[in-house]
Every structure is written in C-alpha cells, then in structure tokens.
Design a protein around this ligand. Structure first.
Ligand SMILES: [Mg+2]
Length: 374
C-alpha cells in the first residue's frame, strides 16, 4: 500500500497528422488518432497512459474515451495507484473488450507506481534484460518512390530492418518492391513482410512462396484474423517463419495459437493484450511453446512506444526486435517533452522512474480532437 490516491482523471482525444498516408492490407491511415489518459494523485504526481486503437483492427478512439471517462472513472478515483493488479482485475469484471483503454489505464498506473518507487516500469514488471533493440520501419506508402527516399534516409540513420506492407495493391507490385529493396540493399537489409490480413486464404500459400525468393525474415498475418486454422496450415507448409498479429490479442488466443501451432512468431502489443503485464503473459505462453515474439505497435505516440519499450526490455528472449518508429519517422510531431529515444537504428529503453518520458500538455492542446474530459 502507498500513501497516494488517484484524485483526478482526464481524457484527451487527439489527432496528430502523419507525414504520409500509410496503406495496410485492411485500410489506409493518414494520422495518429489516439487517446491520452492523465491520472493525478492527491500528492501531486501525474501518471500518463495511451489508448491507440485502429477501427479495422482493435476498436475506436471514441470507444476508449467512453470506457475511461464514462464507465471506469468512478471505480478509479480514490484508489491507490500501486495496486495495479487489483485495479486491473476489477476493471476486467466491469468492462469487456476495450483492450486499448485497459492498456492506457495500466500504463498510467505503472507510471505512477514507478514515480512513487523510483523504479522504471520495466524494473517494476521484472527487470531490464536489455537497454536497447533494433528498430524496424514499415514501408507502407502507396507511392513507392517516396518510400525509397524514406528508406534511403533511414539507412543513413542506421536503420536496417524494413517491414514491407503487402497485399494492398496487387501481387506484382509487392514482388517488384521486394526485388528493388533487396537489389539496392543486399543481404545487409533485414526485410520483413506484413499482409495485414490482405491475402485470400485459397491463394495465400502460392503468393507467399513467390516472395520467399527475396529471403524475408518473416511473413506477418497473411490471412484474416479469425482464419486461425488457415494460418496454422500456412505455417506448416511455408519454410519462412510466419507471424500472427491480428490473430493473437490476449492469452486465450495465444493458448489456442500455441496448441495448433498457428504461427512461428507472435507480435506482442500492449494495445491488443490490454497492458504490459498481459502482454508478458502472452510472451510466456509463446516461450513455453517455442514461439518467438516481436515488439509491434499501433498508430501511437512516443508515450505508448515507451510502454512497448519497457515491455520488450523485460522479456527473457528477444531476437526479432521492435517497430516503435511512429514518433520518430511517421508523426509530424510528438507529444513528449523530449524525443522518444531512437538513435542509430536502435530504440533505447527510457530510463528514469515510471515510463521515463513526460507528456507536454501544450501538445495535447494543440492536437485536441475535442476538449479534454474530466
Ligand atoms: Mg501487423
């Protein structure tokens, strides 16, 4: 028990323009439409959390606002923020779904618990296995010429992992882009593929076999999220590792996925699992099944990236790194007082108590989609 109580809860829904439209198998995205949760204590501390939904994948920003502002507020005020599991277990009895809102709440609670204890969030959830990891950038611009310019600039910055979004403009376009990138950057580039559910099941194996000539490190979510048995079949017949993203949200999908060997890799995201600690539970199931993990993200600011970095820092094994590139390479501007730490193609896990990053309130005002609630 601590001497601190949650006294205020404010919800900010914001929209930050992206530098370009990004095309994904299931939809285009032009901005970061996200929800920032601000918890204040009676002792003057502030804990920050973020709910970053994508309507075609996890849910809506408006839904996350309602979950936090309308449904959870009265159950959170007056509580001791270091009692993270008691609060999250209670919330699970009050509200089904809304994994992003739950992730935002857990993030803000852990941020406060860290500020109270003097520990970073990764230390609070088990300790830091690593201080940095390689960064992956997603090549997803429908204008491939622009993507080539961006990739060249990032190569100069030291980025070597590029995840190409495929399945949104035809198989020939995908093959052409892969051939081009492999031709320019050779074996030093770590190329990965993400279909975002974009392939029809009947033709998926043939399409993926064509891409294998370009030696992708993995192929992510080729088929629809609910086609888990088809995904397992693809995993069994394709040599290149297959990653499940949309098909694995929380522990239940992870357990089923492990039982049917649905994929060789699971993408971990705090927004899918409903928090850092629930993501570690998914990671534990994957580890027991010999399934690799990867640090995925949604369209989010450096705040949620910081939570992701702490999650990945605490995992026992990490070989495929992470994609927390939004605040550095996609957003026109970020909401943090200091840039999210990406240097020489590597994401550095923030140090300092809690999440180790601070939100600039002026940025929340600048990008407000509606007046803050609470
Ligand atoms: Mg994905």
């Amino acid at each position: 028990m601590s001497d601190h109580k949650i006294r205020t809860l404010r919800v900010h829904r914001i929209r930050i323009p992206g530098k370009a439209v990004h095309s994904h198998g299931i939809g285009d995205v032009a901005d970061i439409h996200t929800v920032i949760l601000e918890l204040g204590t009676d002792t003057g501390l502030t804990g920050w959390g973020e709910a970053a939904p994508w309507p075609v994948f996890t849910g809506t920003a408006e839904g996350a606002v309602a979950a936090l502002h309308v449904y959870l507020r009265e159950h959170l005020l007056g509580r001791d923020p270091v009692q993270v599991e008691p609060i999250m277990a209670l919330v699970e009895t009050l509200l089904t779904g809304h994994a992003e809102a739950k992730a935002a709440l857990e993030m803000a609670l852990l941020d406060l618990a860290g500020k109270i204890s003097g520990l970073s969030v990764s230390e609070l959830v088990g300790g830091r296995m690593r201080e940095d990891m390689r960064l992956s950038f997603s090549v997803a611009n429908p204008d491939f010429g622009k993507d080539l310019e961006d990739v060249a600039a990032m190569w100069e910055d030291g980025v070597r992992i590029f995840k190409m979004k495929t399945g949104f403009a035809g198989h020939a376009f995908d093959l052409m882009r892969l051939e081009k990138l492999r031709g320019i950057y050779g074996a030093e580039a770590d190329l990965r593929i993400d279909y975002n559910q974009g392939l029809p099941t009947y033709d998926a194996v043939r399409c993926i076999r064509d891409l294998e000539a370009f030696r992708p490190t993995f192929v992510e979510q080729p088929v629809k999220m609910h086609e888990r048995e088809a995904l397992a079949h693809i995993t069994h017949v394709i040599d290149t590792p297959i990653m499940a993203d949309e098909s694995v949200f929380g522990v239940r999908e992870a357990l089923y996925g492990a039982q049917i060997r649905m994929a060789d890799i699971f993408s971990l995201k705090v927004m899918k699992s409903g928090g850092i600690r629930r993501s570690l539970e998914v990671g534990a199931i994957a580890r027991a099944a010999g399934i690799e993990v990867y640090g995925g993200c949604m369209f989010e600011t450096g705040l949620a990236h910081a939570a992701g970095a702490h999650l990945m820092a605490a995992l026992p094994d990490l070989r495929l790194d992470c994609e927390y590139y939004m605040s550095t390479y996609y957003a026109s501007e970020d909401i943090l007082t200091e840039p999210f730490p990406v240097r020489k193609g590597r994401v550095h896990v923030p140090t300092g108590p809690g999440l180790g990053v601070e939100v600039d309130p002026a940025m929340l005002e600048k990008y407000a989609a509606e007046p803050a609630l609470g």
